[in-house]
Ligand binder design. Structure first.
Ligand code: COA
Length: 136
């Protein structure tokens, strides 16, 4: 298996992105074509997108929102289940963090705490407040 990592592509194919997110359990696979068409917009609006490819198949993603200096948020770290536990997720996240090495990094997770702890993240209780979006 040869995996290619790209950090020069923000316009990920929406259908592949939607499929990947479905495979990791982030959507129910029931969206219409209009919804799928806009699925890559958050990536296009991100500071940095790193993706993992097996040939032409999108098998992993990570994206960053940052001011470039002080603070950065790591988002949408996802690896297709058929490719998990091979180091792809760690590579995606490490490439993101290496691009902004001086920043404080934040991530929100419920299912992958151990994954992020291995990357140096520690719990930061009590400071996370939330205002819901249109989407969730
Ligand atoms: C979390 C996720 C991105 C990890 O990707 P991956 O490619 O399987 O991870 P890696 O193979 O790079 O694993 C790196 C290390 O983290 C560990 N790890 C991986 N997934 C883990 C998890 N869910 N919980 C705890 N540890 C985990 C691995 O065992 C490995 O440790 P090691 O180096 O000591 O062997 C992937 O499981 C995934 O896409 N999950 C569903 C979506 C999700 O929850 N993403 C997190 C967004 S908040």
């Amino acid at each position: 298996m040869t995996i290619t990592f790209r950090d020069d592509l923000k316009q990920l194919p929406p259908d592949q992105l939607y499929r990947l997110f479905h495979r990791v359990g982030w959507n129910d696979g029931a969206a219409d074509s209009g919804m799928i068409a806009v699925f890559s917009r958050p990536f296009e609006g991100s500071s940095l997108v790193v993706s993992a490819w097996d040939g032409n198949q999108l098998v992993g993603t990570a994206r960053v929102l940052t001011d470039g200096v002080v603070r950065a948020v790591l988002l949408d770290v996802a690896v297709d289940p058929a490719y998990q536990r091979c180091g792809i997720g760690q590579e995606l996240a490490t490439r993101c963090m290496s691009a902004y090495p001086d920043c404080e990094w934040a991530v929100q997770t419920d299912a992958a705490e151990g994954f992020y702890r291995r990357l140096g993240f520690t719990e930061n209780p009590g400071i996370f407040l939330r205002r819901p979006s249109k989407w969730f």
